[in-house]
Design a protein around this ligand. Structure first.
Ligand code: PLP
Length: 428
């Protein structure tokens, strides 16, 4: 593979964009090397600026569940654009997508559209605080809910401790209201609840974690969280930015049969355009402006192009009764093939999978939370990443990311990927 043009584009970008990228992970900081500049993509493949072609397992970090440049989505955007790109006035299509989304997802009556997953989670937490009139929130170490201040908190030293900010610019004042818990450890959450009785507004969680690799909830963890929240009068927020409209039509709530109080969306719901959303039952959503006192707004929220892309995507997912099953089957096939290849080459690993989310940790033991994920062999991951890239397979440039399977991937692509894993594993 030649990366000449990507290299020179990166050099130019670095002069005018911090780190040459508009979102840090794109810079290849965790794996080294020069980021690849995308030129176009269709179906399961991404084409870079040097003319290389890759089987894509990032899929824009999740949104392209049906593959790139999916025609109904592209056509919907083109048709909408001809009628004007933004009005700052309500449009019929916003109600149409809201009706469809609330019909697909259990337990939500109303939905508010924003422009990113970050905004969705930030607004959901503000709503939870306003509704419960309490300040503190619990988040889980290793879960990512976007880059708003309350979420950029790293683990403290003890189990029952205030978090410390992990980015300059996040104040101690903000950090003290974010409590950190351990994923899949209900005793730990219970202890935090007891130690902060009457002060916690909400627990926010990725119901299947995807930001420390893929880590599914274990042993009825979500049900137990629900019970704990009911006991302590705390709202449960499912951050379904990754899992929403990916694991099932109704996301993780449907898959695990657990009701959240507020649900956050992003990625798939925008069909590849910048969209986020948060949703809940009427009494909570009516606490939001203009009906209620909690303020939230956006000049481009509900943008017609974004709504057209999202609506076309959801319509297709809603209509195709077998898409989620097919995605899970493809992911299972990939899992089995990769497992065999890594075993044959005696590479220590753990593969976690749920629906169309899958990840490999180069770690022999079970990976259930941030600490066990962080134990994995990161140097080996770097070699794996660059080896796969050379074989024409594009996975996320970080050991802490999930692979996203798209329905555009054929079994031919999956076999090619498994073959690449086998080849690359020989030099790991
Ligand atoms: N929540 C989760 C679970 C995510 O994975 C992400 C982004 O990857 C976000 C929130 C933030 O979404 P955005 O990047 O659209 O702001």
């Amino acid at each position: 593979m030649l990366y000449q043009r990507s290299s020179s584009l990166f050099k130019e970008a670095e002069k005018v964009i911090p780190g040459g990228v508009n979102s840090p992970v794109r810079a290849f900081g965790a794996v080294g090397g020069t980021p690849i500049f995308a030129k176009s993509a269709k179906g399961a493949y991404v084409h870079d600026e040097d003319g290389n072609i890759y089987i894509d397992y990032i899929n824009s970090w999740g949104p392209m569940i049906l593959g790139h440049a999916f025609e109904p989505v592209v056509n919907a955007v083109i048709e909408k654009a001809k009628q004007g790109t933004s009005f700052g006035m309500p449009t019929a299509i916003e109600t149409e997508i809201a009706q469809l989304a609330t019909s697909m997802v259990p337990n939500i009556d109303k939905i508010r559209f924003v422009n990113s997953g970050t905004e969705a989670c930030m607004s959901a937490v503000r709503l939870a605080r306003g509704y419960t009139k309490k300040d503190k929130i619990i988040k889980f170490a290793g879960c990512y809910h976007g880059h708003s201040d309350s979420f950029l908190i790293a683990a403290g030293s003890g189990a029952i401790t205030f978090g410390t900010p992990n980015s300059p610019g996040v104040t101690q004042g903000t950090a003290k209201d974010t409590l950190l818990a351990t994923y899949n450890d209900i005793a730990n959450v219970k202890a935090l609840m007891e130690a902060n009785k009457g002060e916690i507004a909400c627990i926010i969680i990725e119901p299947v974690a995807g930001n420390m690799g893929c880590i599914p909830p274990k042993d009825d963890f979500l049900k137990k969280l629900r019970d704990l929240c009911d006991e302590h009068n705390v709202l449960l927020i499912f951050d379904e930015v990754m899992t929403g409209f990916r694991l099932a039509p109704g996301g993780a709530q449907e898959l695990y049969n657990v009701d959240a109080d507020i649900v956050c969306f992003g990625k798939v719901i925008g069909g590849g355009l910048p969209v986020g959303a948060f949703a809940a039952r009427n009494d909570i959503m009516d606490y939001l402006a203009p009906n209620g006192p909690v303020y939230q707004a956006g000049t481009l929220s509900g943008n017609p192009l974004a709504m057209a892309a999202g609506l076309a995507m959801l319509q297709h997912l809603n209509k195709d009764g077998t898409v989620f099953k097919r995605l899970a089957e493809k992911t299972e096939y990939l899992h089995q093939g990769i497992e065999k290849a890594l075993q044959a080459n005696s590479i220590d690993h753990t593969i976690n999978r749920m629906g169309s989310m899958i990840s490999i940790h180069f770690e022999a033991h079970e990976v259930v939370d941030f600490d066990t994920a962080a134990r994995a062999n990161n140097e080996r991951f770097k070699r794996f990443f660059h080896g796969m890239l050379k074989e024409g397979v594009y996975i996320a440039p970080s050991a802490f990311e999930t692979w996203f399977i798209s329905d555009a991937l054929t079994y031919y692509d999956l076999d090619a990927t498994i073959k690449a894993v086998d080849k690359v594993s020989k030099d790991l």
